[in-house]
Design a protein around this ligand. Structure first.
Ligand code: IPE
Ligand code: MG
Length: 227
């Protein structure tokens, strides 16, 4: 969800206003994607590295999230959305930690769309946590295969992402779903997250539908041409 700060700057507003608009845009994006048949949406809201931002910015992000989560969850709940937190909840302020737990509990039975919110999430952190838990569980090395490893990740039970959309013009993965993104298709756009709308999402989905996904194999037509 990149570009909140620049969105605010463009309007001569303080950065937190951009973050709030970013949270507001979650509803729009989830609704559009649900209409287009997407059943799992994952949003990268706050990374393990975002703690390195100045304290007032981190505080603003936590406060906005804590304030918005309840009303936003109400709307999502009405749309049949199940909310799942990806990341370590422990370092979050108690208010936010409580609100996140509440939102997950409240939407537990919903099944129309799964909305994963990665908050205090880092791909490397997730992998290390999985390794530590596998060691703690005393599993024999030969039992540790890809399927088992996946079950130790925050995304346990979720399919790997088909498409990753990066807003705000950057072209890097920034520690997002490192394990799960092995064969995800990638789409980047200069559009800032609060401006991500139906038109741009349509372009992303159209681009995705043009991709040929081979997962390291060959196409049937590639085989024929060699014969
Ligand atoms: C993304 O917007 C929000 C978070 C990382 C929490 P930014 O804050 O990175 O916005 P820009 O990149 O400064 O525009
Ligand atoms: Mg940014």
């Amino acid at each position: 969800m990149d570009g909140n700060g620049r969105w605010a700057l463009q309007r001569q507003l303080p950065r937190p206003d951009g973050h709030r608009q970013g949270v507001v845009n979650i509803q729009r994006v989830v609704k559009i994607l649900a209409r287009r048949g997407v059943s799992v949406v994952t949003l990268f809201a706050f990374s393990t590295e975002n703690w390195n931002r100045p304290a007032p910015e981190v505080d603003a992000l936590m406060t906005i999230m804590a304030e918005e989560i309840e009303p936003q969850t109400q709307q999502l709940h009405e749309g049949g959305v199940r909310l799942i937190h990806l990341g370590d909840p422990d370092p979050l302020n108690p208010l936010l930690r409580h609100a996140v737990a509440e939102a997950q509990q409240r939407t537990l039975e919903n099944s129309a769309v799964t909305l994963n919110i990665a908050f205090n999430y880092g791909g490397r952190d997730e992998i290390l946590r999985a390794v530590r838990r596998i060691i703690a569980d005393d599993l024999p090395p030969e039992q540790v295969d890809e399927a088992l490893f996946s079950r130790y990740l925050y995304t346990d039970g979720c399919p790997d992402p088909d498409l990753i959309i990066r807003t705000g013009g950057e072209q890097r993965i920034s520690n997002f779903l490192l394990w799960q993104a092995a064969y995800s298709e990638y789409y980047h756009t200069p559009v800032l997250w609060p401006d991500l709308d139906e038109v741009e999402l349509g372009l992303a989905l159209d681009a995705y539908s043009q991709r040929q996904r081979r997962f390291g194999a060959l196409n049937a037509s590639d085989n024929t041409s060699q014969e």
